[in-house]
Design a protein around this ligand. Structure first.
Ligand code: AMP
Ligand code: MG
Length: 410
């Protein structure tokens, strides 16, 4: 039996955590507050957009059939249509209209010839133009309803709202959009050795996990609340957890291992949290306590600063995305090549901090010099986590590797 075979694979641990989460209730958010969120309900178009066939070019609106004979073809110009104007005439055979980008096509026209494929007609009496090239019907015409059709689905439930999606909603005249509300996330640090950054350390170290996790939560769309630092007694951890009411997720850091003063698990149980304590086959971040009480999820994250960030990335962020209704919650992945060589005993999946950059069309990942989980420096300047699979024991230079872009970077 290989070392750690009783440990839960990362994918299984994530699946179990995700099984505890479902999208939160929907609220109406202003569009400028909806970027990056997922649509909470299907939206039907109210308006057909564009409302009319219109020109994709500055040029001449024509009847394509008029151009089937020998070229050039002389056409009479009936009118000029600018964007924002309504055409007045209907094109009859042998006529065209000067038209600008975005202007509605006149009745009778079925194509646009771009200005560069025309020239002034010599010696014409009225306004006329010579068309130098035949065009197929539909050329340079942006058809009515290309963006939206009134009454038809515009965007489905769960659609991640990027800038173009918000643009489509804006074009419909929508000012607000239904989205699952943002998860409220409480963050509690535990440890006798910790102090706040604004306190004199006096033999203690500054709590960096809580502020770091708060930023990670906010970046993942959540609303963080700092609960401060609890001393390493079961009573104090328990009391702080008891105060943490009305949250969707509670994150604690440290005290979750097997040390004599690791009281987080006992305190969570004392508070009625139904625990799943998992030893996950991962480095860093092996001990991970996950549980729930009612609809509130609890994560006991490891104390080492890098471990807490890595486990946030692999387990908490996907859960925060699920709570916000995103259909795709798995950590994003890229494929790359390893710069250097790596060895480890089989049994634990390693997630190494790497700096990756493009060279000759490939993403080359260089493991950072410091990989200890206690050092925040090992996460600083990392662009990705390199997944060194559980059962693998070596990776050669140039090996194809899975890279997870980190969400904590600049
Ligand atoms: P523990 O899980 O309590 O054994 O903590 C593991 C390591 O993480 C110890 O070196 C702690 O001092 C350190 N640590 C715990 N909590 C924090 C925190 N909030 N900020 C920075 N380091 C921490
Ligand atoms: Mg501790």
């Amino acid at each position: 039996m290989s070392v750690g075979s009783e440990l839960l694979p990362v994918e299984d641990a994530r699946a179990r955590a995700l099984a505890l989460a479902s999208p939160l209730s929907t609220e109406w958010a202003r569009l400028d507050e909806a970027l990056g969120r997922a649509l909470g309900a299907e939206v039907l178009a109210q308006r057909t957009l564009p409302p009319w066939d219109n020109s994709a070019m500055d040029g001449y609106a024509v009847r394509a059939a008029d151009l089937s004979g020998p070229l050039p073809v002389r056409l009479t110009v009936g009118e000029t249509i600018h964007a924002g104007q309504t055409p007045r005439i209907t094109l009859s055979p042998g006529t065209c209209a000067r038209i600008m980008t975005g202007a509605p096509l006149p009745a009778g026209a079925d194509a646009v010839v771009m200005q560069e494929r025309t020239r002034p007609a010599p010696g014409a009496e009225g306004p006329a133009v010579e068309i130098l090239e035949a065009v197929a019907p539909g050329s340079f015409v942006r058809p009515r309803g290309e963006d939206a059709r009134a009454g038809a689905p515009l965007l489905g439930r769960g659609t991640p709202l990027g800038i173009p999606e918000l643009g489509l909603l804006t074009a419909q005249g929508m000012l607000t959009v239904p989205v699952p509300r943002r998860p409220r996330v409480a963050i509690l640090s535990t440890g006798d050795e910790l102090c706040r950054a604004d306190e004199p350390p006096e033999g203690r170290i500054v709590d960096t996990n809580a502020p770091s996790l708060a930023l990670a939560v906010a970046r993942a769309g959540g609303l963080p609340t700092l609960l401060g630092i609890a001393r390493d007694t079961r009573e104090e951890v328990s009391a702080r957890l008891a105060d943490a009411q009305g949250f969707d997720v509670v994150l604690t850091s440290a005290g979750v291992s097997v040390g004599e003063r690791d009281f987080v698990k006992a305190a969570l149980e004392e508070q009625g949290v139904e625990m799943n304590f998992w030893r996950v086959a991962i480095k860093p971040g092996k001990p991970l306590a996950v549980g729930h009480r009612g609809a509130t999820l609890y994560f006991g994250l490891p104390g080492n600063p890098t471990s807490s960030l890595v486990t946030f990335e692999l387990f908490v962020r996907p859960v925060l995305r699920r709570l916000q209704g995103h259909p795709d919650v798995e950590p994003p992945r890229a494929s790359g090549r390893l710069e250097g060589e790596l060895r480890k005993p089989p049994g634990l999946a390693h997630y190494l901090r790497v700096a990756a950059s493009w060279r000759q069309g490939e993403l080359w990942a260089r493991p950072l010099a410091t990989q200890t989980s206690g050092a925040l420096r090992s996460a600083a300047s990392a662009t990705h986590l390199l997944h060194f699979p559980r059962e693998a024991s070596s990776l050669a230079h140039g090996a194809h590797v899975e890279l997870l872009p980190v969400s904590w970077g600049a």
